[in-house]
Design a protein around this ligand. Structure first.
Ligand code: PBG
Length: 326
């Protein structure tokens, strides 16, 4: 055999060599922990399809947030589960409602040491489980929903959120939220756009996590899994409306989309490793079919390699702990 000038295996010989040659590496600061808080709980409530993830009480949420700070995690994304729901999701606007109160509590606990993000969406608050209000034709009424999102956004910014995450895929949502924030004087509250969010079967466990009342699906407002170009259009619209960051969601089945967006986006790109992605790895690991820690690490590294600057993952704190050991 001749001596090729380049033999990639030379750079794989020892752990130190592999570490040196690694093109991507994970850091805690780029991880965002999604967290659920449920109104009226006295004990945290385990989520069956997401082993290790709970619906928090105020106390356990505050503890999870300060633990995230200690571990160097970059941010937390808050979702609230109200005790009462109605067709318009009015509990979302109550300054003392479950999510707004949680934002205030977490902000009081960690201050500016963790980026506090919150979900601007109605699905947790409506009794029909859709991300917006329903029109007489049975479709989600895009523009009527925007009016509520604008008020929700201001309520969450008032409560102390650093970043708002509108996840409902209404057209124009970034623009109306930006405008409402400006009008209310919240000029420094940022918006992370769920720009390319696909209608996915992998949201299943999240529906349990938030006790979703949804019957049917969200295919009239979330993107079709068949489409790739459309993701660029969604991102361009959100950028034009003032998005500070853009997100691709889910992650694993959409890594090509993530790469496309990473290549064109002038703002930081996030990816959401969603509930079903979490559940699959946990289930396989629980069966002894895969090595849990290696699989978790590889899954998040794959998302980073595809081009995400930051990753929302239910493993954020645990992974951050591993990174500190390594
Ligand atoms: C909607 C929302 C969903 C998720 C985040 N925000 C559910 C949906 O669109 O049906 C899913 C996150 C996950 O599955 O981990 N508010």
């Amino acid at each position: 055999m001749s001596f090729p000038n380049h033999r990639p295996r030379r750079l794989r010989t020892t752990p130190a060599m592999r570490r040196l040659a690694a093109e991507n590496r994970l850091t805690a600061a780029e991880l965002i922990l999604p967290a659920f808080i449920r109104e009226g709980l006295s004990e945290p409530n385990p989520i069956g399809s997401m082993p290790g993830v709970v619906q928090h009480t105020t106390d356990t949420l505050k503890r999870a947030a300060s633990e995230a700070v200690e571990l160097g995690v970059g941010g937390i994304m808050l979702f609230g589960i109200p005790a009462r729901r109605d067709a318009e999701g009015t509990a979302s606007l109550d300054p003392d409602g479950v999510l707004n109160k949680a934002i205030r509590d977490v902000r009081a606990e960690v201050g500016d040491d963790l980026v506090i993000m919150s979900d601007v969406c109605l699905d947790e608050f409506t009794d029909h489980g859709h991300c917006g209000v329903l029109g007489r034709d049975g479709y989600v009424d895009n523009d009527a929903t925007l009016d509520i999102y604008a008020k929700m956004a201001v309520a969450q910014a008032d409560a102390g959120a650093h970043v708002l995450g509108p996840s409902g895929m209404m057209d124009g949502q970034i623009g109306v939220i930006r405008q409402a924030l400006e009008d209310a004087g919240h000029v420094n509250t940022a918006v992370i756009a769920y720009a390319a969010k696909y209608a996915s079967a992998f949201y299943g466990p999240f529906r349990e996590a938030v006790d979703s009342q949804l019957k049917g699906d969200r295919r009239t407002y979330q993107m079709d899994a068949a489409n790739r170009r459309e993701a660029i259009q969604e991102v361009e619209l959100d950028l034009a409306e003032g998005a500070d960051m853009v997100m691709v969601k889910p992650a694993m089945s959409y890594l090509d989309i993530l790469r496309d967006v990473a290549e064109m986006s002038p703002v930081p790109v996030a990816a959401y490793q969603i509930s079903g992605e979490y559940a699959m790895i946990e289930a396989a690991a629980a069966n002894g079919w895969i090595d849990r820690r290696a699989a978790v690490t590889e899954s998040v590294l794959g998302i980073r390699r595809a081009g995400a600057n930051m990753v929302l993952t239910y493993w954020a704190s645990e992974l951050a702990g591993w990174l500190r050991e390594a």
